[in-house]
Write a protein that binds this ligand. Structure first.
Ligand code: Z5A
Ligand code: MG
Length: 217
């Protein structure tokens, strides 16, 4: 029987953190770990490059197109809004969503551009009212360390100085409720902690925890 059929909603588990800290690795492991424990879970990621808006974002990230900084920020945000209805339906039906990046990336990255008018508060405002995560797992790692990892590549934002600004912005967004894990630990150790955090959130949501909205924490 699905969780929805048992009357509980699914949990929204979010992974955030600097580039190459291991978000995608942990998201995949967590979805498998949850599913193997009988918790119906799906992996989502932002940007979702499969939609029409996502394709515009993809072209921008690969430097195939250029765009005004406010405009591309709004597209990243719209890419989340366009999936809100489905997100709410999935959670209500008992499916747990493990999501790789969200509005926190949106704000941390755009504000790192330091453009007039595009400060942290403006960046946050376009996502205000979207569903908030039930658990935000922040993978913490100095930029110098993430640079040593495979895969740091040629996309638009993959520049050392820019990444430092992004990490500073994550620090400004950080809340006590975030579950901060040292991302330099082994993949297996991190997975064990993430699974514990996620199972706790799944149980809370199953037993009635209401879904919050950004940025009300
Ligand atoms: N962006 C934005 O501007 N606005 C928005 O609203 C949103 C995003 C949502 C999308 O990148 C870009 O869009 C991103 C933010 C911006 N810009 N940049 N730069 P993406 O999400 O598609 O990026 P990615 O290519 O998936 O990279 P990533 O997410 O930064 O990496 P990761 O997922 O954190 O890491 P990983 O792929 O899991 O691991 C990286 C490598 O490290 C890999 O070789 C692993 O095997 C290794 N790894 C992982 N964990 C470990 C541990 N624990 N030990 C050792 N090695 C490890
Ligand atoms: Mg990733």
């Amino acid at each position: 029987m699905s969780q929805g059929a048992m009357g509980g909603r699914g949990a929204f588990i979010l992974f955030e953190g600097a580039d190459r800290c291991g978000k995608s690795t942990q998201c995949k492991l967590l979805v498998d770990g949850l599913n193997s424990r009988g918790v119906e879970a799906e992996l989502w990621r932002y940007p979702d490059r499969t939609t029409a808006i996502g394709k515009m974002i993809d072209g921008y990230l690969q430097s195939q197109t250029d765009m005004d900084d406010a405009c591309v920020h709004l597209l990243f945000s719209a890419n989340r809004w366009e999936k809100r209805k489905l997100m709410l339906e999935k959670l209500a039906s008992g499916v747990t969503l493990v999501i790789d990046r969200y509005g926190h990336s949106g704000t941390a990255f755009t504000a790192a551009k330091k453009q007039p008018g595009l400060d942290l508060e403006w960046c946050k405002s376009t996502d205000a009212g979207l569903p908030a995560p039930d658990a935000l797992i922040y993978l913490e790692m100095p930029v110098e360390e993430t640079l040593k990892r495979d895969g740091f590549g040629g996309e638009r934002y993959e520049k050392t100085e820019f990444q430092r600004e992004v990490v500073k912005n994550y620090e400004l967004l950080r809340r006590d409720a975030w579950k901060c894990l040292d991302a330099s630990r082994t993949i297996e150790d991190l997975h064990a902690d993430a699974l514990k955090i996620a199972m706790g959130a799944v149980e809370e949501c199953r037993t009635g925890k209401p879904l919050g909205t950004l940025w009300e924490d």
